[in-house]
Design a protein around this ligand. Structure first.
Ligand SMILES: [Zn+2]
Length: 234
């Protein structure tokens, strides 16, 4: 069953999203109160390292398996991730927005604390084989989450020595970053179309320069908005 969750962002915007709540997938309660997230620097992509879950039921079974691994075998407070995403494109609530994850790790206690305090963790339900490929729906779901979180988009392997989240996700992250840079480059370039629209003295006409500046400012504001969104509270 899909539940609509209501979250208030730091900009006091209300976001209504289709996220399967903990109750709906049958999560066990967290053992102790969650620590809160600090100022969010970005989103980190993980894989579960279990076989790719096919269909909603398999996804929910795997969520319970991961929670058992973290709560029972590893004796942690709860499932480590803030969110989990299946190949169906469904997003499941782990620790949710606003709470500190336990997924990032690092090379020292200090790093581990920092990485979990400042980064939101999302886990894809697959990755038992290095060649596992996430579905387009899973990628779209993580894209959407990233739009909400803002800031940096990073693979788990950028924090410590690990194969997680696999080459497919690492490649996807590189492509997403490249697309953003290309978009900015396009905004700041003077194109052939610009040249045909403005020739001779018009090239340095204040209105022409103003138009270019407006486009660049709009792009920068868009990036700023994204960064500001990186402080989601529950
Ligand atoms: Zn990971």
């Amino acid at each position: 069953m899909v539940h609509l969750c209501r979250y208030v962002t730091a900009r006091m915007e209300v976001v209504i999203v289709k996220i399967i709540s903990r109750d709906s997938w049958g999560a066990k309660p967290n053992k102790t109160k969650f620590s809160k997230l600090g100022e969010v620097k970005g989103l980190v992509v993980h894989w579960s390292a279990y076989p790719v879950a096919i269909g909603n039921q398999a996804e929910m079974d795997q969520l319970k398996q991961i929670q058992r691994l973290h709560q029972v075998d590893r004796n942690w407070n709860d499932i480590a991730y803030n969110f989990l995403v299946g190949d169906t494109g469904q997003i499941y609530e782990g620790r949710g927005f606003g709470n500190r994850s336990a997924a990032q790790g690092g090379n020292s206690r200090q790093e581990i604390n920092y990485n979990n305090k400042h980064y939101v963790a999302v886990c894809w339900l697959g990755g038992s084989k290095p060649e596992d490929q996430p579905s387009a729906e899973a990628r779209a779901a993580i894209s959407w989450l990233y739009e909400q979180v803002g800031g940096e988009l990073r693979p788990h392997s950028s924090f410590k020595q690990t194969d997680c989240p696999g080459d497919a996700w690492r490649q996807w992250i590189i492509e997403k970053k490249t697309a953003t840079i290309d978009e900015l480059k396009k905004a700041t370039n003077i194109t052939a179309e610009d040249l045909s629209n403005a020739s001779g003295p018009e090239m340095v006409h204040p209105q022409f320069i103003q138009k270019k500046l407006d486009i660049i400012i709009a792009k920068l504001e868009n990036i700023e908005t994204k960064l500001k969104l990186g402080r989601l509270i529950q």
